[in-house]
Design a protein around this ligand. Sequence first.
Ligand code: SF4
Length: 204
Amino acid sequence: MEIFFTANIVYEDIWGDAKKKNKMIKEYEKQLDQLVEFYSERVDLYPVGPILTHNIEAFGKQPVFSRDGYLRFFGAGHEMVMVDIDGKTYPCHRFSPWITGKPAPVGPINFQKEWRPEECNSCKLISICPTCAGFNWEINGDTGIRTRYHCDAFKIEFIASAKLEANRLSNIDKSNLKYLPVEDLRINKDKIYSIYSLIYEGLD
Ligand code: SF4
Protein backbone atom coordinates (compact mmCIF):
# COMPACT_ATOMS: atom_id res chain seq x y z
CA MET A 1 0.00 0.00 0.00
CA GLU A 2 1.31 3.43 -0.92
CA ILE A 3 0.59 6.38 1.34
CA PHE A 4 0.76 9.91 -0.02
CA PHE A 5 1.59 12.80 2.24
CA THR A 6 0.80 16.41 1.55
CA ALA A 7 1.87 19.54 3.38
CA ASN A 8 1.89 23.21 2.58
CA ILE A 9 2.77 26.57 4.03
CA VAL A 10 -0.15 28.79 5.03
CA TYR A 11 -0.69 32.20 3.43
CA GLU A 12 -1.08 33.94 6.75
CA ASP A 13 1.66 35.92 8.47
CA ILE A 14 2.81 33.35 11.00
CA TRP A 15 6.44 34.41 10.93
CA GLY A 16 6.88 37.07 13.59
CA ASP A 17 9.64 39.68 13.34
CA ALA A 18 12.52 39.52 10.84
CA LYS A 19 14.86 37.67 13.21
CA LYS A 20 12.30 35.01 14.06
CA LYS A 21 11.31 34.62 10.43
CA ASN A 22 14.93 34.22 9.36
CA LYS A 23 15.41 31.47 11.93
CA MET A 24 12.25 29.64 10.87
CA ILE A 25 13.08 29.86 7.17
CA LYS A 26 16.60 28.48 7.82
CA GLU A 27 15.11 25.59 9.79
CA TYR A 28 12.58 24.93 7.03
CA GLU A 29 15.40 24.92 4.48
CA LYS A 30 17.35 22.42 6.57
CA GLN A 31 14.35 20.11 6.90
CA LEU A 32 13.57 20.32 3.18
CA ASP A 33 17.20 19.35 2.47
CA GLN A 34 16.78 16.26 4.64
CA LEU A 35 13.65 15.33 2.72
CA VAL A 36 15.44 15.89 -0.60
CA GLU A 37 18.20 13.56 0.52
CA PHE A 38 15.68 10.92 1.60
CA TYR A 39 13.57 11.04 -1.57
CA SER A 40 16.65 11.18 -3.81
CA GLU A 41 17.59 7.73 -2.59
CA ARG A 42 14.02 6.38 -2.51
CA VAL A 43 13.04 6.85 -6.14
CA ASP A 44 10.20 4.38 -5.64
CA LEU A 45 8.39 6.87 -3.39
CA TYR A 46 6.29 9.82 -4.48
CA PRO A 47 7.75 12.86 -2.64
CA VAL A 48 5.67 14.78 -0.14
CA GLY A 49 3.78 17.39 -2.12
CA PRO A 50 3.38 20.09 -2.99
CA ILE A 51 6.40 21.22 -1.01
CA LEU A 52 8.78 18.95 -2.95
CA THR A 53 6.77 18.49 -6.13
CA HIS A 54 6.54 22.01 -7.50
CA ASN A 55 6.30 22.06 -11.25
CA ILE A 56 9.83 23.19 -12.03
CA GLU A 57 9.24 23.20 -15.80
CA ALA A 58 7.09 26.27 -15.12
CA PHE A 59 10.15 28.28 -14.09
CA GLY A 60 10.21 31.61 -15.93
CA LYS A 61 6.97 30.88 -17.78
CA GLN A 62 4.04 33.27 -17.98
CA PRO A 63 0.85 32.34 -16.11
CA VAL A 64 -1.87 30.68 -18.16
CA PHE A 65 -5.05 32.69 -18.74
CA SER A 66 -8.45 31.07 -18.22
CA ARG A 67 -10.61 30.41 -21.26
CA ASP A 68 -12.52 33.62 -20.56
CA GLY A 69 -9.27 35.59 -20.73
CA TYR A 70 -8.58 36.24 -17.04
CA LEU A 71 -5.92 35.20 -14.58
CA ARG A 72 -6.98 33.00 -11.71
CA PHE A 73 -5.31 30.54 -9.46
CA PHE A 74 -8.55 28.74 -8.49
CA GLY A 75 -12.28 28.87 -9.04
CA ALA A 76 -13.53 31.19 -6.28
CA GLY A 77 -16.51 33.10 -7.63
CA HIS A 78 -16.56 30.95 -10.81
CA GLU A 79 -16.54 27.18 -10.51
CA MET A 80 -16.92 27.43 -6.76
CA VAL A 81 -19.65 28.64 -4.44
CA MET A 82 -20.09 28.35 -0.70
CA VAL A 83 -23.56 28.44 0.89
CA ASP A 84 -23.64 29.59 4.50
CA ILE A 85 -26.03 28.07 7.07
CA ASP A 86 -28.46 30.96 6.49
CA GLY A 87 -28.48 30.36 2.72
CA LYS A 88 -26.21 33.30 1.82
CA THR A 89 -23.69 32.51 -0.91
CA TYR A 90 -20.00 33.40 -1.06
CA PRO A 91 -17.26 32.88 -3.70
CA CYS A 92 -15.70 30.37 -1.29
CA HIS A 93 -15.59 29.82 2.46
CA ARG A 94 -12.53 32.09 2.73
CA PHE A 95 -14.77 35.09 1.92
CA SER A 96 -17.11 34.52 4.87
CA PRO A 97 -17.27 37.52 7.18
CA TRP A 98 -16.70 35.17 10.13
CA ILE A 99 -13.28 34.41 8.63
CA THR A 100 -12.26 37.73 7.08
CA GLY A 101 -13.93 39.93 9.71
CA LYS A 102 -15.41 42.12 6.97
CA PRO A 103 -18.24 41.96 4.42
CA ALA A 104 -17.67 39.91 1.27
CA PRO A 105 -17.04 41.92 -1.92
CA VAL A 106 -20.07 43.04 -3.88
CA GLY A 107 -20.14 42.08 -7.58
CA PRO A 108 -17.86 39.80 -9.61
CA ILE A 109 -14.46 38.90 -8.18
CA ASN A 110 -11.31 37.24 -9.45
CA PHE A 111 -11.17 38.99 -12.84
CA GLN A 112 -7.63 40.27 -13.11
CA LYS A 113 -5.59 40.67 -16.28
CA GLU A 114 -2.34 40.76 -14.37
CA TRP A 115 -1.20 40.00 -10.87
CA ARG A 116 -0.13 42.61 -8.42
CA PRO A 117 2.08 43.69 -6.71
CA GLU A 118 4.76 44.16 -9.36
CA GLU A 119 7.18 41.85 -7.48
CA CYS A 120 4.74 39.00 -8.24
CA ASN A 121 3.83 40.08 -11.76
CA SER A 122 7.49 39.99 -12.80
CA CYS A 123 8.45 36.97 -10.69
CA LYS A 124 9.84 33.86 -12.43
CA LEU A 125 7.59 31.69 -10.26
CA ILE A 126 4.36 33.54 -10.99
CA SER A 127 2.83 30.72 -13.03
CA ILE A 128 2.96 28.27 -10.10
CA CYS A 129 3.12 30.33 -6.92
CA PRO A 130 -0.15 29.75 -5.05
CA THR A 131 -2.41 32.53 -3.90
CA CYS A 132 -5.77 32.84 -2.14
CA ALA A 133 -8.40 35.26 -3.45
CA GLY A 134 -10.19 35.36 -0.11
CA PHE A 135 -7.05 36.14 1.85
CA ASN A 136 -5.98 38.69 -0.77
CA TRP A 137 -9.39 40.32 -0.32
CA GLU A 138 -9.08 40.26 3.47
CA ILE A 139 -5.59 41.77 3.59
CA ASN A 140 -5.35 43.90 0.45
CA GLY A 141 -9.01 44.57 -0.37
CA ASP A 142 -8.50 43.17 -3.90
CA THR A 143 -8.48 39.52 -5.02
CA GLY A 144 -5.78 40.26 -7.62
CA ILE A 145 -3.26 41.80 -5.20
CA ARG A 146 -1.37 38.85 -3.79
CA THR A 147 -0.23 38.53 -0.22
CA ARG A 148 3.44 37.58 0.01
CA TYR A 149 3.89 36.21 3.52
CA HIS A 150 4.58 32.77 2.01
CA CYS A 151 7.05 34.11 -0.58
CA ASP A 152 10.38 33.11 1.04
CA ALA A 153 9.11 29.68 2.08
CA PHE A 154 7.71 29.03 -1.39
CA LYS A 155 11.02 29.96 -3.03
CA ILE A 156 13.01 27.50 -0.93
CA GLU A 157 10.41 24.80 -1.62
CA PHE A 158 10.85 25.45 -5.32
CA ILE A 159 14.65 25.17 -5.01
CA ALA A 160 14.26 21.97 -2.98
CA SER A 161 11.94 20.55 -5.69
CA ALA A 162 14.55 21.42 -8.34
CA LYS A 163 17.35 19.76 -6.29
CA LEU A 164 15.29 16.62 -5.96
CA GLU A 165 14.54 16.55 -9.70
CA ALA A 166 18.23 17.13 -10.46
CA ASN A 167 19.26 14.26 -8.16
CA ARG A 168 16.69 11.90 -9.60
CA LEU A 169 17.49 12.86 -13.20
CA SER A 170 21.22 12.35 -12.62
CA ASN A 171 20.48 8.83 -11.39
CA ILE A 172 18.56 7.83 -14.52
CA ASP A 173 20.22 5.00 -16.38
CA LYS A 174 20.89 6.75 -19.72
CA SER A 175 20.66 3.50 -21.64
CA ASN A 176 16.97 3.31 -20.67
CA LEU A 177 16.13 6.76 -22.07
CA LYS A 178 15.29 5.29 -25.47
CA TYR A 179 12.41 3.39 -23.86
CA LEU A 180 10.78 6.51 -22.41
CA PRO A 181 7.67 7.87 -24.14
CA VAL A 182 8.33 11.07 -26.13
CA GLU A 183 6.24 13.13 -23.70
CA ASP A 184 8.33 11.97 -20.71
CA LEU A 185 11.52 12.86 -22.59
CA ARG A 186 10.15 16.32 -23.31
CA ILE A 187 9.17 16.82 -19.65
CA ASN A 188 12.64 15.71 -18.51
CA LYS A 189 14.24 18.06 -21.04
CA ASP A 190 12.12 20.95 -19.75
CA LYS A 191 13.08 20.06 -16.19
CA ILE A 192 16.78 20.10 -17.06
CA TYR A 193 16.35 23.44 -18.81
CA SER A 194 14.63 24.85 -15.68
CA ILE A 195 17.37 23.52 -13.41
CA TYR A 196 20.08 25.15 -15.56
CA SER A 197 18.14 28.42 -15.72
CA LEU A 198 17.74 28.38 -11.96
CA ILE A 199 21.45 27.73 -11.45
CA TYR A 200 22.63 30.39 -13.91
CA GLU A 201 19.93 33.03 -13.62
CA GLY A 202 18.69 32.57 -10.05
CA LEU A 203 15.24 33.46 -8.83
CA ASP A 204 15.56 37.25 -9.11
S1 SF4 B 1 7.32 33.67 -5.16
FE1 SF4 B 1 6.92 35.58 -4.06
S2 SF4 B 1 7.19 37.24 -5.59
FE2 SF4 B 1 6.97 35.27 -6.70
S3 SF4 B 1 4.78 35.17 -7.18
FE3 SF4 B 1 5.11 34.06 -5.23
S4 SF4 B 1 4.71 35.59 -3.60
FE4 SF4 B 1 5.00 36.71 -5.55
